[in-house]
Design a binder for this molecule. Structure first.
Ligand code: ADP
Length: 430
């Protein structure tokens, strides 16, 4: 591997405020060990002499505030030390947020609500992780709001979620996702149904605000909102909507001055909009690379990873035992809309899906809504706004016998019977 660490351990000695960046080759694993000093990976501290393993395609930065020695074992695509990192600016940002939390504590107010925005592959998720880690390391309890439906750090793609952060992210696996609040969006880009996207953003904001009312630590901790890389047109409007729904105090714009200027112009004057540089270490992912990481995320949901293997179940579900909906009717010309109905209504409409062969490989969300909840007047707010309790994949459909075979993390029966179909497909190769 050109410029890589080879298969035997390679030692790197890092000066203060520098980082070692490496990428793991496809099909390979790389082990990282801290030999001396102190270092962190995206804000999580490394333990000395513990071996951390990173899988194929991982892109990692080991940063040190005071200098350290580390070793890498395994095939890396690249591995180099950089002195040029924005970590000092990120730390200053954290310090400013922490100041706001202290203030909130003193004055019995609420802590900072922060939205992180920017185009794709500028390190938005990474910055969120760093800021959340620094906050939780000081004993804060911030909330991560994940609105990136393409690359969610909380649940599978096609979802929008909230997660209370109670401990730093695991160096290898990220934040522990116990009891996240997950909503079904159904596709990997907000543009598929922007009305639904905005609606679910509002739902998450509402749930978060309710939690802040009863939980002082959550209120003081505030939230860090990760957003999609789509920053033009409706994508931009969705950011403005999010800022208002969450009543954000701070917007961190990564890398794009134009976006920074637009948000400064369009958001209320009391919102602090800050432009931050992206790290030179952030690597652009190809379309294919992004698709692979989405697939991997779904595979992990069913099969677990590394230390923790899950054993999913396959069983038959009778069509008559479930009701399946797709959110959003195809839009029709305004002139054809029934009286009193708007285009918005069609995007939020629950359309019953009759199971057929084309359901095969689709991911379905299992809604937590009561089984007997009425789809209602066609708006079915109850179902749209109910969190998801899990996901299944349809692996086969037998229209003759009126059953479908599903892959499920839990044994039969399904916990609930209202299913929402995603655009997203998963082909189970196990
Ligand atoms: P975005 O959320 O804007 O799409 P991410 O935060 O997911 O971007 O970053 C893209 C990729 O770059 C991720 O795989 C991440 O691990 C990697 N990365 C981020 N910062 C660095 C860095 N300083 N050095 C090396 N890789 C990095």
């Amino acid at each position: 591997s050109a410029g890589g660490a080879g298969t035997t351990g390679t030692r790197f000695d890092l000066d203060k405020e520098t980082e070692l960046r490496f990428e793991v080759e496809a099909g390979e694993r790389v082990q990282l060990e801290l030999l001396s000093g102190m270092a962190e990976v995206f804000g999580s501290e490394l333990n000395k002499n513990k071996k951390y393993t990173f899988g194929p395609g991982s892109k990692i930065a080991v940063f040190t505030w005071h200098g350290c020695g580390v070793s890498l074992t395994g095939k890396t695509e690249v591995a180099y030390v950089s002195k040029d990192t924005p970590m000092m600016l990120y730390l200053n940002t954290h310090a400013a947020l922490e100041q706001m939390r202290r203030q909130a504590e003193k004055e019995n107010e609420r802590g900072p609500r922060v939205m992180v925005v920017g185009p794709t592959d500028v390190g938005k998720s990474t910055l969120c992780r760093v800021l959340l880690n620094y906050a939780v390391r000081l004993g804060r309890r911030p909330t991560l709001v994940e609105l990136d439906v393409g690359q969610s750090s909380v649940s599978i793609p096609g979802t929008m979620a909230g997660l209370c952060i109670e401990r730093p992210a695991d160096v290898e696996e990220g934040f522990s996702v116990q009891a996240p609040l997950v909503f079904h969006f159904g596709s990997t880009t907000p543009g598929t149904n922007i009305k639904l996207y905005n609606k679910l953003t509002s739902c998450l904001a509402e749930v978060f605000s309710q939690r802040c009312e009863v939980n002082r630590k959550a209120s003081v901790g505030g939230c860090i909102i990760n957003t999609c890389g789509w920053v033009k047109g409706s994508g931009y409007q969705a950011l403005v909507h999010c800022a208002s729904a969450f009543e954000v105090d701070v917007v961190l714009v990564l890398d794009q001055e134009r976006l920074y200027n637009e948000l400064k112009r369009d958001l209320p004057h009391f919102v602090r909009v800050v432009l931050l540089p992206k790290s030179g270490g952030v690597v652009e992912r190809s379309k294919g690379g992004r698709r692979e990481s989405r697939d991997e995320k779904i595979r992990e949901y069913f099969y677990g990873f590394r230390g923790t293997s899950f054993y999913p179940h396959a069983y038959d579900v009778r069509f008559s035992d479930v009701r399946i909906f797709k959110i959003g009717a195809p839009s029709i010309p305004d002139s054809c809309l029934p009286l009193g109905m708007s285009q918005d209504d069609t995007q939020l409409k629950l359309v019953p899906v009759s199971p057929g062969r084309d359901l095969t490989h689709h991911v379905l969300s299992v809604s937590s809504v009561d089984d007997d909840a009425e789809p209602g007047d066609g708006q079915s707010r109850g179902i749209l706004e109910s969190p998801v309790c899990g996901f299944i994949v349809v692996t086969a459909v037998d229209t003759q016998a009126q059953v479908m075979t599903v892959l499920s993390p839990a044994p039969r029966p399904l916990p609930r019977h209202t299913l929402l179909i995603m655009d997203i497909r998963f082909i189970d190769l196990k």
